[in-house]
Each structure stands twice: as structure tokens, then as C-alpha cells.
Design a protein around this ligand. Structure first.
Ligand code: S3P
Length: 438
């Protein structure tokens, strides 16, 4: 699938973006492991979360949709059944890594597979600490899928300091920690998204979090059972980021994004943009288990910045959109300590540098970051053909960037947008973006 986008002007409207992908995965997982029925509203119906749903259905969990909400009939921590074949996580890194923590503790074997992109992503980061817990999980020699899980008598808790800033690794170990004898302690020196910790609390799982200046320490005891609960999932800040970008870079624009998750561990993009001079207001802030707000964004003149490296983990999925904003800012933007971008659905440093190149932006690519020489507030991108390499966030960031190009831009290999934002084209059209998919 490819998108064709025309130069933009005057984007206006109020929109609702789809449910948060990270929160949706965790809700499906915990509801499946709870003792009884949970009802989930606002769940993301994208391919990544559908993969998680299918995986739990294959293990005997009934998941149905009624009046727009999902009903999940959990069978308890020990209620999953042996799947009849390999569990296919398709494109979803979050799902395969988090579910590995659950599967490592089951009394049956399982094989975890994924698509070509997921099959090239690093899994040693979870295999190694799961091994320290006594799990029998293995991957290929290169540390990639398939992951083979063999049952063990029991898992033991560990004290583990995360070597990479990864919420997926942290969460994998927290899920395994639900089954592990003793207290699992996880230290993170760089704060990553805390949706698992929050979702555990929502399902009544006691979890303690100690925050010091140097690190965050999470403690979790083995759990016997999980209470079912009803969960309302907010809009995904990462999906919202494309429309925040669209309003900022398109002349005469004003967009209101309703009911978006603004968890402080997710909104580094917002802080970075404000630092660049972006006109973004948060309205109607609500402090529920995952805080939400309406986000009002207007066309802004942006200045280049040196990105505070503490923000990188909190805007890791927004980096493609951030690179586009930086390319249209006045002056230079520097990003470093962002090696993790190379381990995503594509090597996002490499692929985004190719996008910037096609757009005619000057930059210097480094091993762990990039220096971007912004074109300034009147700058325009060269209309071109962009290859998104089947990466949803690259496809959407480049499509939105095309609003500032000097003609029609084509973005190739966009089908993967369905993993996180299946109605992206419809929402684009709603606010006045001239985009067609073919
Ligand atoms: C996610 C964590 C991040 C993020 C991914 C979702 C999660 O990955 O990039 O899209 O839901 O825990 P890492 O943990 O690999 O940084």
C-alpha cells in the first residue's frame, strides 16, 4: 500500500485518536490472567493488539466484542491451555516480549514466532534475565525469534538492573515476577513508560515503586490470583504525535486532540517541542490511573535544540515525527544516546536519514543519533518518493512531513500503519489533509 500526499494548509478540527497500544496489550494480558470477566473499552483494534488477542485465544481465553467493548474471560494465572501450534506475534515487539514473561512460567511448552521484521529484532535482552530466573527459554544463536519455551518446576525472583532503557524488558520480568518465588526487584536508571506498573495496580496486584535521584526500584511479590476489572483505555499519545506535528508544521492550522494519554513517562515529545517554541496547550486534564488531556496545537515557528538525553526514552516512538519537526526548525537539532532507535520495527536512525535525504534536508548521521540542519519556518521539502521500509511510524511521520513539500509525495510500503493506527487516512481527511491510499 502506498500513500500520496499533497502540500497542506489550514488544518482544522477536533479528533479522537485510537486507543493506546501499550496500554491495550497490558489490559488484554492481565484480563486473560485474572479470575473472571473484565470489560475493556477503548482498546486499540490494530494488528498488534489483534495478535495479542489471537495468542490468548489460542491458549483457551474467550475474548469477544459486545457493544464496542471487549469482554475477556480470564481463567487465572494457571488457567492458560497449551496452544495447538506456534504463537504468532506478527509485528509486535511489545506483545512477544511481555508474553514471554508469562509463557516462561507455564506448565507447557510454547514456540513464539513473528513476521520478518520482528524476527530480526533482539530477544537476548529478555532471554538472559529470564534465564537468571530459572526459565528455560531459548532463541536463535543471533538472539532472534523463534523463542522456544520449555516448562520448568518454578521461577525464582531476581534483583535486576536494566542494562537497556526498555519498558518491554522491564515488563517481561514483571510478568514473570507474578509467578516467581520471592520478591522480584527491578532497577531502572532511565525511567521508561510505566504502564505495566499502573495496570498491575488496576488489577489489584501489589507493586511497590521507590524513586530516588539515581534510579527507580520496583518490587513485586509472587501473586496467587488476579481480580478481574473494567478498564477504559485513552487515546495513544504516539498516534496523537503525528497530528501534533501536522498542526505545528502546516500553515494556518489549529487542531484539538481529545482524550489523549499524557502519562509523564510518554510525553517527552511534547516537552521537547515546547522547548523548540511549539504552541501546545493541555486542556481538561484528568488524573485517572492513566492521566489524560485534550491537546490543542497551533501552527508554530520552531527553533532547533540539543535534545536532553533524559527525554529520549520518553519519546522513543515519537522520534521519526521529531526528526521531521527538527528538519523544519530554525537552526540545528542534536539527538544523541538514541541507539535504541536502531532496534525498532526498522533501523529508525538509518531509515529516517534516508527520508530526510529524499526531502532534501542536510544532516549528519551518527552511531547513536543525528544532527539535523533545519530548513527554517519557510523551508519546504523536496517532493519525492519515500520508502518507509514497512515501518508504521516512518510511514506516518513521512506522510505528515509531506504537508510541507513542494508537490505530491508518495510514501511506499505503508500497510504496517494498520498495526497501530488503522484509521490514519480517515483521521487525516477529517482535518483537511489531502491524502490517498492505493
Ligand atoms: C513499549 C516500549 C518501547 C516502545 C514500544 C512500546 C511498551 O519499546 O518503543 O513501541 O509498550 O512497553 P522498548 O521497551 O523496546 O523501548
Amino acid at each position: 500500500m502506498q500513500f500520496k500526499i499533497q502540500k497542506g494548509n489550514g488544518l482544522k478540527g477536533e479528533i479522537i485518536v485510537p486507543g493506546d497500544k501499550s496500554i491495550s496489550h497490558r489490559a488484554i494480558m492481565l484480563a486473560s490472567l485474572a479470575d473472571g470477566k473484565s470489560e475493556i473499552s477503548g482498546l486499540l483494534e490494530g494488528e498488534d493488539c489483534n495478535a495479542t488477542i489471537e495468542v490468548f485465544r489460542m491458549m483457551g481465553i474467550s475474548i469477544s466484542k459486545q457493544k464496542g467493548n471487549f469482554l475477556i474471560e480470564g481463567k487465572g494465572l494457571r488457567g492458560l491451555e497449551e496452544p495447538s501450534g506456534p504463537l504468532d506475534f506478527k509485528n509486535s515487539g511489545t506483545s512477544v516480549r511481555l508474553c514471554s514473561g508469562v509463557l516462561a512460567a507455564q506448565e507447557f511448552s510454547s514456540t513464539l514466532i513473528g513476521d520478518t521484521s520482528l524476527s530480526s529484532r533482539p530477544m537476548k535482552r529478555i532471554i538472559e534475565p529470564l534465564g537468571l530466573m530459572g526459565a528455560n527459554t531459548s532463541s536463535t544463536e543471533e538472539g532472534t525469534l523463534p523463542i522456544m519455551v520449555e516448562p520448568v518446576d518454578s521461577l525464582q525472583s531476581i534483583k535486576y538492573s536494566l542494562p537497556v532503557a526498555s519498558a518491554q524488558v522491564k515488563s517481561c520480568l514483571l510478568f514473570a515476577g507474578l509467578y516467581s518465588q520471592g520478591i522480584t526487584e527491578i532497577e531502572e536508571k532511565i525511567t521508561t513508560r510505566d504502564h505495566t506498573e499502573r495496570m498491575f495496580e488496576q488489577f489489584g496486584i501489589p507493586i511497590e515503586v521507590f524513586q530516588s535521584k539515581a534510579a527507580k526500584l520496583i518490587k513485586l511479590n509472587k501473586v496467587e490470583d488476579i481480580n478481574p476489572t473494567n478498564i477504559n483505555i485513552c487515546g495513544d499519545f504516539s498516534s496523537a504525535s503525528f497530528f501534533i506535528l501536522a498542526a505545528l508544521i502546516t500553515p494556518n492550522s489549529e487542531l484539538l486532540l481529545r482524550n489523549v494519554g499524557v502519562n509523564s513517562t510518554r510525553i517527552g515529545f511534547l516537552h521537547a517541542l515546547r522547548h523548540m517554541g511549539a504552541n501546545i496547550e493541555l486542556k481538561n486534564e484528568i488524573k485517572t490511573f492513566e492521566p489524560t488531556a485534550d491537546i490543542l496545537v497551533r501552527t508554530s515557528t520552531l527553533k532547533g535544540i540539543t535534545l536532553n538525553t533524559n527525554l529520549v526514552a520518553n519519546m522513543i516512538d515519537e522520534m521519526p515525527a521529531f526528526f521531521i519537526a527538527a528538519s523544519l526548525a530554525e537552526g540545528i537539532t542534536k539527538v544523541k544516546d538514541a541507539n535504541e532507535l536502531r532496534t525498532k520495527e526498522s533501523d529508525r536512525l538509518q531509515v529516517m536519514s534516508e527520508v530526510l535525504n529524499s526531502f532534501g534536508v542536510k544532516f549528519r548521521l551518527e552511531e547513536d543519533g543525528i544532527l539535523i540542519n533545519g530548513l527554517g519556518k519557510n523551508g519546504t521539502f523536496k517532493a519525492s518518493e519515500i520508502n518507509s521500509h514497512g515501518d508504521h511510524r516512518i510511514a506516518m511521520a513521512s506522510s505528515i512531513g509531506s504537508l510541507r513539500s513542494d508537490g505530491e509525495t508518495s510514501v511506499l510500503d505503508c500497510l504496517n500503519v494498520n498495526t497501530s493506527f488503522p484509521n490514519f487516512i480517515d483521521v487525516c481527511k477529517e482535518v483537511g489533509i489531502n491524502i490517498e491510499a492505493s
